[in-house]
Design a protein around this ligand. Structure first.
Ligand code: BES
Ligand code: MN
Ligand code: MN
Length: 462
């Protein structure tokens, strides 16, 4: 096992080139124009899994984008690790804010990544991260270091809500049977601060439509006499928070898990610089729910945010008009015990009640998912912790993330196994933003850490 470092030294240039090749494929799941590219990416993942030593690999079609499944089963007596990841990426827009084209990967050195980082859409989320597992697999199978069975499930619809993965999992429970699920699709606290994600937030995503008069109107002739849907929508949205930045939806906080003072003070020990945080975002101050720290606001507390808002005239020059309609997309990040379907209902009821008679309101739920917390007293967590100790020389810090991977709670329901979230991205890696990147140091550290997880998990399973 100690050969892992020299194996990486010897092959790292090729690993990086292979990742770059995968990053060149614009596998944007949200945009049907890229359907062919999504399939090309799946084919490439299949090929790489075969090269890495999987003895069986297939592309499983769904009503949407395909899922790549691969496995190497060495013996029914050994435990099985199921690796999940996604090869689809977010749309790269706005394109003009990228310093280099999103699907022409380049390596650049930065202050955070002096060894260089690969800039491309999907570099960190999630191609670069799931590819660490493919290369760790290559190492283990080529050097006779694979101690247990491995299954890979790499999907192509994560960024659009994993619409067809649930059905796939339900229909393939036997095939996907495992002892632990391993995912690298989250982050770590800092480059040299090994940390394991122990929580993910849930999500409820809705779109709202406010309709006033049956057509756009002259804003002089009608202005002041009929409800303007944009004015109304803006006020309705503003009403969703109070002066302490609490969400005003009745019942919204009823099931929110409350952490003990001890848990909160433990959380506060994690290294964090508010000054650096503000500087990185170019903001004078942070903003959020009264009574909570920044790290609490973005992990253990639920939120409500407008993701997009539109309506009326937005073209060049001026057009005096009262629009007929206004729209917004709203996401709510949820914490353990909040049920996303119930929250969606509470939102809908409350939002409709905020509207004056002069407008009609329509709320359409998009997608959602439950939050997740990983217990730290499992052999999965212990194996991960020991693996980081081996590669970083430090015990990793457990911490909860603000992001969501809704499918994780479904895995637990359907496959009855726990997920270990070994993320190697940094918050500053700009996932979903222009100039997304992934540090080469992080990429290689991931490849180095993963085989140790397999070793310790197998040993602890005995
Ligand atoms: N990998 C992210 C989630 C993530 C990132 C979790 C960093 C923790 C730390 C994932 O691809 C993602 O973007 N999820 C979406 C939800 C999905 C339903 C579109 C999200 O969190 O917005
Ligand atoms: Mn992701
Ligand atoms: Mn994502």
């Amino acid at each position: 096992m100690d050969q892992i470092k020299s194996f990486i030294d010897q092959h790292q240039d090729r690993f990086i080139q292979e990742l770059i090749q995968l990053l060149k494929i614009p596998s944007i799941s949200a945009d049907s124009k890229f359907k062919g590219d999504v399939i090309n990416a799946a084919e490439e993942v299949k090929l790489r899994l075969e090269e890495a030593g999987c003895t069986f690999v297939e592309i499983c079609g769904t009503e949407g984008h395909p899922i790549v499944y691969g496995e190497k089963i060495i013996s029914p007596d050994f435990p099985t690790v199921l690796v999940y990841g996604h090869y689809d990426v977010q749309p790269p827009d706005p394109l003009d804010l990228w310093d280099s084209p999103p699907f022409k990967p380049v390596i650049k050195k930065t202050e955070t990544h002096p060894e260089g980082a690969i800039y491309a859409r999907g570099a960190c989320d999630d191609k670069g991260q799931f590819y660490m597992h493919v290369k760790a697999m290559e190492f283990m199978s080529k050097t006779d270091n694979l101690p247990c069975n491995v299954k890979f499930m790499i999907e192509g619809e994560e960024e659009v809500g994993s619409e067809h993965l649930g059905e796939f999992v339900r229909n393939n429970r036997e095939k996907l049977q495992n002892d632990v699920i391993l995912i690298s699709d989250t982050g770590m606290i800092g480059k040299d601060i090994p940390s394991i994600t122990t929580g993910l937030r849930g999500l409820s995503y809705v779109e709202v439509e406010v309709t006033g008069p049956n057509r756009d109107l002259h804003s002089g002739l009608y202005g002041g006499a009929v409800a303007n849907p944009i004015n109304i929508l803006a006020k309705m949205i503003a009403d969703l928070h109070d002066e302490n930045n609490h969400i005003t939806i009745p019942g919204f906080y009823d099931k929110v898990e409350t952490l003990s003072d001890e848990e909160r003070s433990k959380m506060a020990e994690a290294p964090f610089s508010l000054e650096r945080y503000k500087k990185a975002l170019d903001i004078e101050d942070v903003f959020g729910e009264k009574g909570y720290s920044t790290n609490e606001r973005n992990s253990i507390r639920p939120t409500l945010d407008v993701n997009g808002i539109w309506g009326g005239y937005t073209g060049e020059g001026a057009k005096t008009v009262i629009p007929s309609k206004a729209f917004a997309k709203i996401s709510m990040r949820l914490v353990p015990h909040q049920d996303w379907k119930e929250i969606t209902k509470l939102f809908t009821k409350h939002f409709e009640s905020l509207a004056p008679k002069g407008v009609k309101v329509k709320v359409s739920p998009h997608h959602g998912g439950q939050g997740y917390v990983t217990p730290i007293d499992t052999i999965g967590y212990q194996a991960a912790s020991k693996a980081y100790e081996k590669s970083f020389g430090k015990t990793p810090i457990p911490y909860r993330s603000g992001g969501s991977i809704p499918i994780v709670s479904l895995f637990e329901e359907e496959l009855h196994s726990k997920t270990i979230l070994m993320g190697f991205g940094l918050d500053t890696d700009a996932i979903h933003s222009p100039n997304e990147h992934f540090g080469i140091h992080n990429f290689l550290k991931g490849i180095e850490t993963i085989p140790w997880f397999y070793k310790y998990f197998t040993e602890l399973s005995k």
